[in-house]
Design a protein around this ligand. Structure first.
Ligand code: GLU
Length: 471
């Protein structure tokens, strides 16, 4: 059997990280099994579905590099097929027309509530002769569900889950206006797309029992179900915006790498021993639905940051330059020239271990593309340029000018200067750091000098107020 999984988002907003995790699990399982991963846009709710949301979901999946097989299916285009299945169920005697008016249904529920009974539809049109149909009421079509007994689903994640059939009412397949319900559309499309495994959030577990009978009523094979616990916030509550749960594009814009996001989402609910860093290749090899935990995982931004720091460190310098450029350009409001790019590349080894995100990297790297402006806004750095710092810098610039322009020789030159003048290395190195980077924290200052080059280094030193220009 070829495994076929699917990701069926409703395009009513961004690709939320909870949905992104569902997509990832389906993608991984399909790739693990050598099967297919299909994308279906569930756009039947025309009022709430938007083109922007479709675009955002597709962008989000592309950014996460979760490619789907074949063309995306748009559910709304299958409405006629869904209606035809409802008609087939009517013909088979597995569905019936219900002529209850909305008022009658409300009355039925209110009465059940008064009597302390379940407010499910009571099946009053199930065996009634259609000749009794009231004039002028457009009927809905309902499925005939079993009336007694129990139903058990062997869920791949939750294990065996059983409900009493009295809890499953004859739900609606077609509305009075002839449009299919979610319950019908999803089953027909899953069947028609050959879906073998339905892996989704456990908020859909109740639907699984209903969908199970719909597959059965059509004599269609019933897919395997795996219902994943929802993600919780650090406080144990269901994840919401309040917990920092955003669309994936927000994480992209905060500067997380797609592979870090995949690794982090993978570990939200799935584990393999105590492995924290799991490459996508390794995840494809190891992934199994049965290893998804039964209790909700907690979202933890600090962990995402540390996973991201790992992947940044492992990333090729040239790629990081490309990725960080938009962040730098956004901050400084203009494109980075070729000198700036060359310095970013040359300085990346020193920059990348110091940042947990591309946004942080951009902040740390800004000095490579633009000169610090005096007075410095960083108060600690400004303080490093006070007192006798300008004099030290003037003299140090002289010592540097004679050195071979490599980090090691520059360091020797500065050490020799400090020794000759009886001052600690920090007395010279700290003002140099402030002068060259505008900050009190940076990659190794001699490496920075090498990357900036002689002319730029000397120019930045001379730009410090009080430094004598003839250095
Ligand atoms: N469109 C549904 C949702 O976004 C998908 C339901 C399913 O996975 O069956 O929740």
């Amino acid at each position: 059997m070829t495994v076929v999984t699917r990701f069926p988002p409703s395009p009513t907003g961004y690709l939320h990280i909870g949905s992104a995790r569902t997509a990832l699990f389906n993608w991984l399982y399909a790739r693990h099994c050598g099967g297919k991963f299909l994308l279906r846009i569930e756009d039947t709710d025309r009022k709430r579905s938007t083109q922007e949301a479709v675009g955002a979901i597709i962008e989000g999946l592309k950014w996460l590099e979760l490619g789907w097989d074949g063309e995306a299916v748009f559910q709304s285009r299958n409405a006629a097929r869904h209606a035809a299945v409802a008609a087939a169920l009517l013909a088979k005697g597995r569905a019936y027309r219900c002529y209850c008016t909305p008022e009658e249904l409300t009355e039925m529920r209110e009465q059940a509530r008064r009597e302390g009974k379940p407010t499910l539809y009571d099946g009053r049109w199930r065996d009634r002769d259609p000749s009794e149909a009231p004039a002028g009421v457009a009927p809905v079509v309902r499925i005939k569900m079993p009336r007694d007994g129990k139903t058990t689903i062997a869920d791949l994640v939750q294990g065996e889950v059983t409900v009493g059939n009295e809890q499953l009412d004859d739900f609606i397949l077609l509305r009075a206006d002839g449009t299919p319900t979610y319950m019908l559309s999803v089953v027909v499309d899953d069947h028609d797309m050959g879906v073998t495994h339905i892996i989704r959030g456990d908020d859909h577990l109740n639907n699984a029992f209903r969908q199970y009978y719909l597959f059965a009523a059509m004599d269609w094979p019933i897919p395997a179900f795996g219902h994943i616990p929802l993600i919780h916030g650090a406080d144990g509550q269901k994840l919401s915006k309040r917990h920092g749960a955003l669309g994936v594009e927000a994480y992209r814009d905060m500067g997380y790498l797609p592979e870090a996001m995949r690794n982090y989402l993978l570990r939200l609910g799935w584990s393999h021993g105590d492995a924290e860093i799991v490459s996508t290749q390794q995840a494809i090899e190891w992934f199994d639905v049965a290893a998804i935990g039964r209790s909700p995982a907690r979202f933890d931004l600090a962990k995402l940051e540390s996973v991201n720091a790992h992947y940044m460190q492992a990333s090729a310098n040239a790629r990081l330059v490309e990725l960080v450029l938009p962040f730098i350009e956004k901050r400084q409001g203009e494109p980075v020239g070729s000198d700036g790019r060359a310095r970013l590349l040359a300085g990346m080894d020193g920059l990348k271990p110091r940042a947990k995100s591309l946004a942080e990297l951009a902040g740390n790297a800004l000095f490579y593309v633009s000169r610090p402006q005096h007075p410095l806004t960083n108060a600690k750095a400004a303080a490093m340029l006070a007192d006798d710092a300008p004099q030290r810098l003037s003299e140090a610039a002289g010592a540097l000018a004679a050195a071979d322009w490599k980090a090691a020789s520059l360091e020797n030159a500065v050490r020799a200067y400090a020794e000759a003048h009886g001052v600690g290395l920090g007395k010279v190195a700290q003002p140099l750091r402030a002068a060259l980077t505008g900050s009190n924290a940076s990659p190794g200052i001699f490496e920075v000098m090498e990357v900036l080059g002689k002319a730029e280094t000397i120019a930045r030193i001379q730009a410090v107020p009080g430094v004598t220009a003839h250095a």
